[in-house]
Ligand binder design. Structure first.
Ligand SMILES: Nc1ncnc2c1ncn2[C@@H]1O[C@H](COP(=O)(O)OP(=O)(O)OP(=O)(O)O)[C@@H](O)[C@H]1O
Ligand SMILES: [Mg+2]
Length: 261
């Protein structure tokens, strides 16, 4: 079982879209996949038609903090169409937790303790992919502390490029202080188009982070945003001209080879 955090403190760079499509692509290739919505916004949960779930990750985290027993299987929802399991988020519980976690002992390790506490349940999966919120706060520290890898989607825009160093700094700090086995799985370019800014940012990424870059380039495409309306990952689209679908399948191959590699 491998845990991959998909993180970037910038909003709207394609984190959730990457979690959904990478997850569905890994499932297509035969892996058992759990997608964890670790963002109060509920975007991942909403994509799968789950809104304001009573049984949500916030409740599981509170049960971990308070050392109460819960039945993990009651918290996970199976999505037939995409063949993945989802551990949903819920706005109010997660917002409350985000504030209260500051006062919890070992506040960065709550998510890790959750995975350990219910290890028998979580070990059934090949991949657990954590959709992080757009922030560098304690919640992100939790995701990084609990994960084996972090995957960084970077939008092909100069301001997105400028945000990467701060994220890598925080990853290095968490690695040193809390989770020595954490590593960056890679950076994937998203929203690529042939504009001047698009090409310039892509070049800067490959020049500065050549070792970390995935070869896969996710282009800007309506297919990516449209898929949300169908509750269906775009990797499941059979349309031959769906470049984003093909790219996310290729990303899954790169992920598998780096994880096994
Ligand atoms: N390759 C793409 N081309 C066009 N639109 C995309 C692409 N990837 C994602 N989108 C759309 O852009 C918006 C933001 O994407 P997404 O929600 O995945 O970003 P995010 O990083 O998770 O955002 P947040 O920081 O708010 O959690 C969504 O409406 C999504 O459908
Ligand atoms: Mg998101």
């Amino acid at each position: 079982m491998k845990i991959i955090a998909v993180a970037n403190q910038k909003g709207g760079v394609g984190k959730t879209t990457t979690v959904i499509n990478l997850g569905a692509a890994l499932a297509l290739k035969g892996s058992k996949v759990l997608l964890v919505d670790f963002d109060p916004q509920e975007s991942l949960s909403n994509f799968f038609g789950i809104y304001g779930a009573d049984n949500n990750i916030g409740t599981v985290l509170y049960s971990t903090i308070n050392k109460q027993e819960i039945n993990m299987s009651e918290f996970v929802v199976h999505n037939e169409l995409n063949n993945v399991d989802i551990l949903p988020s819920e706005l109010n519980t997660m917002n409350r937790l985000e504030k209260e976690i500051i006062g919890v002992r070992s506040k960065e390790t709550v998510l890790k303790r959750m995975f350990n506490r219910y290890a028998d349940f979580f070990n059934e999966y090949d991949y657990i992919i954590v959709d992080c919120l757009a922030s560098l706060n304690t919640m992100l520290d939790n995701a990084l502390t609990a994960s084996d890898y972090v995957l960084i989607p970077c939008q092909c825009a100069p301001l997105s490029f400028a945000a990467v160093p701060n994220l890598i700094l925080q990853i290095d700090e968490v690695k040193e202080e809390l989770n020595p086995s954490l590593s960056v799985l890679g950076i994937v370019t998203t929203f690529y188009d042939r504009s001047k800014n698009g090409n310039m940012t892509k070049e800067m990424l490959f020049d500065n982070y050549s070792d970390l870059m995935f070869r896969t380039i996710i282009t800007r495409s309506a297919a990516a945003s449209d898929s949300a309306l169908k509750e269906k990952a775009c990797v499941l689209s059979n349309a031959k001209d769906n470049k984003v679908s093909a790219a996310y399948k290729q990303l899954a191959d790169e992920v598998i080879s780096r994880v096994n590699g």
